[in-house]
Write a protein that binds this ligand. Structure first.
Ligand SMILES: [Mg+2]
Length: 187
């Protein structure tokens, strides 16, 4: 059975939408606040819509983010069906807080997934490489929304997931704009 490595943020979970929702509730009383529109995000750090944030982890490492986190449309159903035919591995990077909340979210929302690789981002000055290229994806399929992750991976078949953003617009390979398209392609 072949393996599929699946990214978490913006692939399984609608992180952009949730991030904007949390921002709108956390920052609405602040001076200079303008409602963030998740449909208009085009920067990976979301600063084009969430202007008042100094550091992304204010939201990504906050429990509230995971309380409100939603699946991408049809993600759960399609992943459940893929599980019958492939060995699935969820693969994501984050701060220690982010990945501990993420682990619980995955356990609660995708209890049938046994394989989860969560990498904590190490301080850059250590020189330790902790991106997804450290995972051997040979003979496997890899689904991710970020072009850099796709390009640095040794997966045999790579799928760029979701709508076109600044961080994946240069991808020229296979694309699936939603989970229905993934289902059509892989099942
Ligand atoms: Mg992602």
């Amino acid at each position: 059975m072949s393996k599929i490595f699946i990214d978490f943020d913006c692939t399984i979970a609608d992180s952009v939408k949730t991030y904007c929702n949390v921002y709108n509730s956390f920052y609405k009383e602040r001076d200079g606040f303008k409602q963030a529109d998740h449909n208009k995000v085009n920067r990976y750090d979301l600063k084009d819509q969430c202007h008042l944030i100094d550091h992304q982890e204010t939201i990504f490492s906050n429990e509230e983010f995971f309380k409100r986190l939603e699946f991408m449309p049809y993600a759960k159903e399609v992943i459940e069906r893929l599980e019958n035919k492939y060995e699935l591995v969820i693969c994501s990077i984050g701060t220690l807080d982010n990945i501990s909340f993420k682990a619980k979210w995955i356990k609660n929302n995708l209890p049938f997934i046994d394989n989860v690789i969560l990498i904590s981002n190490v301080v850059e000055t250590t020189g330790i490489k902790t991106d997804k290229s450290s995972i051997n994806m040979k003979d496997s399929i890899f689904i991710d929304d970020h072009v850099e992750n796709l390009l640095s991976s040794n997966a045999d078949f790579k799928i760029c997931f979701g709508k076109e953003y600044d961080w994946n617009k240069n991808w020229t390979g296979q694309r699936c704009f939603n989970w229905k398209e993934v289902e059509k392609l892989l099942l």
